[in-house]
Write a protein of this length. Sequence first.
Length: 167
Amino acid sequence: MPAVNDATIFSLGSTILPALSHADQANRLFVDHVTLAAGIHLAQTYGGLRPVALPVRGGLAPWQERRAKEILSANLDGNVPLNDVARECRLSVSHFSRAFRRTMGVAPHNWLLTRRIEVAKEKLRYSRLSLSEVALACGFADQSHLTRVFTGMIGVSPGAWRRALDE
């Protein structure tokens, strides 16, 4: 079979490659999310799987939303398999992912990143923990990992954000 240049697989691979080269900074939720997307793409593009037109349904039930948030918040490091969260909500992984996105507006991995930054802000504001200690308490691999994500989402480094609070 001739080689195929698949832009989607290339993009997904490019997305996950940094996580795989820094395994200490990758989290299970992110890897599950990207591999699920790759599997769906491969099945539909090359396996002949056609999406079934499902009736548009709502997102998660309130109890499912609470439970998913509880599990994700209790595992800020992201090392909880998406399958475990879906099972706790009594849904398949694909249904859970769609329902979570519909309810929250973002994928579980993105919600978790935002939650980690919220917790980091709380710790930066109300404690005198070092940046390294904040990073570890919020599920980041180290201070530089926290700084990269925090700066990307907030626009300033955690140290600068903390100093601005004191002004």
